[in-house]
Write a protein that binds this ligand. Structure first.
Ligand code: SF4
Length: 196
């Protein structure tokens, strides 16, 4: 599928989420956030949900967590234009709370559609919501991010073999230098994986 066609499919998903009322998160949203980046990228990053800034502008990872993500990408020679970035849910949960299981179940068909369009070879699940969605989808058990970060899971997606890479959500490291260092180390492992 060429990039123009992929973009057309993404635009159709965007139109659907703009009017979606499948869960109560629609009540407080300003702008839903679909995702952005390179639709031909083999590498996709999935976070949790839009925050305040993302909800204002309708783009993913534009606040402080986004700046940290940019730095982490830069540290391994990538930019956000080279990869695709999205979230498990598309509307902002009130007070930036974690999305509930019901909200994730209501929203993740959109993420599944996006992934079917991009067909990535590597998916980076950032944070507990993302890894919990993917572990359920691909049928493996996770035992907490501290035990699995920096590890890879080989899974079979509808479009072929995919490597799932688990790490912390950048927002968790904003006020925690130790966690930021762990994220940097995880991104170095990701870089090695990309080169292999
Ligand atoms: S979070 Fe997802 S399912 Fe819920 S209203 Fe927004 S787009 Fe629809």
């Amino acid at each position: 599928m060429n990039e123009n066609l992929k973009q057309q499919f993404m635009n159709k998903i965007l139109e659907k989420i703009k009017t979606c009322m499948e869960c109560s998160l629609c009540e407080g949203r300003c702008k839903p956030v679909l995702g952005e980046g390179n639709l031909n990228s083999e590498l996709v990053f999935i976070g949790e949900a839009p925050g305040r800034k993302e909800d204002e502008v309708g783009r993913p990872f534009v606040g402080s967590a986004g700046q940290l993500l940019d730095r982490l990408l830069f540290g391994i020679g990538l930019s956000r234009k080279a990869v695709y970035i999205s979230n498990v849910v598309k509307c902002r949960p009130p007070d930036n709370r974690r999305p509930t299981i019901e909200e994730m179940e209501a929203c993740t068909p959109f993420l599944e559609e996006q992934l079917e369009i991009i067909k990535p070879k590597i998916i980076v699940a950032m944070g507990n919501s993302a890894i919990s969605f993917f572990s359920k989808k691909f049928g493996f058990k996770v035992i907490g991010m501290w035990r699995i970060h920096g590890k890879i899971f080989q899974v079979e997606a509808p479009w072929g073999k995919v490597i799932l890479f688990a790490t912390f959500h950048p927002a968790a490291a904003l006020y925690n230098k130790d966690l930021e260092k762990i994220l940097e180390d995880d991104f170095k492992k990701l870089s090695t994986l990309l080169k292999s």
